[in-house]
Structure formats: structure tokens, C-alpha cells
Design a protein around this ligand. Sequence first.
Ligand code: GSY
Length: 184
Amino acid sequence: MPRCVLTILPSHKPLSHFATLGLGGNIGDPPVNMASALKILGSNSGIEIVAVSRLYRTPPWGNVDQDWFYNSCASVNTSLSAHQLLDACLATEVKLKRVRKKRWGPRTIDIDVLTYDSASIHEDGLSIPHPHMHERAFVLLPLNDIAASLKIRSLPVSQWMQSADSAGIECVSEDDGWWKPTSD
Ligand code: GSY
């Protein structure tokens, strides 16, 4: 009589949602902070990093009397809800000891949920698509690297990018591998 063996497999929720994130900072070493943020987020079992844009150096928007920012975008597959994904981003900012002195002011690291599937969510603390993302070249240029055809307010990112003011923005990485450790 064959013995019946019961194998209990860990239950993994499918990473069935597609979201995009915006990362930036202008205090300390922003590229290092952004790379650490991507590694922390990617180590969450509910988040898989799909693509990361090149790294950009961008003039400050809003309060112009501050250092230039570094910005990038990432796309992820996730099993988390939009709120859980935002919480993961906020927890990552806390882990990296985010410092933000004032609204629109300097910060060590900022991680925004830009889009989540094609959801439109406008609640306290969570606005998706991220308001004004379609107007800001520091979001649109990196996002265009990884999701040019993604529609924001009915138009693709590539089209929004054409009308954004990208004056001064420099691409400072050769490719999308800037956040990965180099193998010697
Ligand atoms: O909204 C994100 C923080 N932020 C940025 C930014 O990430 N990049 C640039 N260039 N200017 C900014 N102003 C603020 S506030």
C-alpha cells in the first residue's frame, strides 16, 4: 500500500498588479539611497522589480533654492494592494532614515507610487495616478525609459514627455544597472 505524503507548499500570492514608482532625493548621497531603496523593496516577497530607469540629475522643482535632485523610476509586479505598496514605500523611507525639512524642500529619499494598474484612487494620503506626474519632466523622463506607452489621463507617457519642460535635466548613468552592485 503506497504511503500518502502530504507536502505543504508555501502559499505565494501571484504578483498580479503592475505599478510604477518614482524615486528622488537631494540630501546626502541620493543615488546610494535610491539603490538601497530598490534593494529593500525588491526583498519584499510581494514586490518584484521589473525595470529601473536610467538615473537623472534634475533641477529642483517647487522650491528652486535647494540642491539639484537625482531622480529615477521603477516598475514592479506586486501582490500588494495600492495601500500596502505605499506602506512598503514609506517603511523603506523610514529604514533609510528619511529627512525632509519642509514641504517641497530638500529630502534624503522620496518614493512615490505613481501608478497602480489603471486605478484611479483619490483618498487621504494616496492619490493615484500621482497628481502632477504628467507635468513634471523629472518624473516623465525616467518613466519614459521603462513605460513609454503607459497611459496617464488617457495619454501615453511618451506624449506627456514631449510637452514637459526638461531644461537642465541630465542623464547621469550609462544604463539601467546603476542601482546594482558592481561585480569586481
Ligand atoms: O516630488 C518629489 C520631490 N521633489 C523633487 C524631485 O524629486 N525632483 C526635482 N527635480 N524637484 C523636486 N521637488 C520636489 S518637492
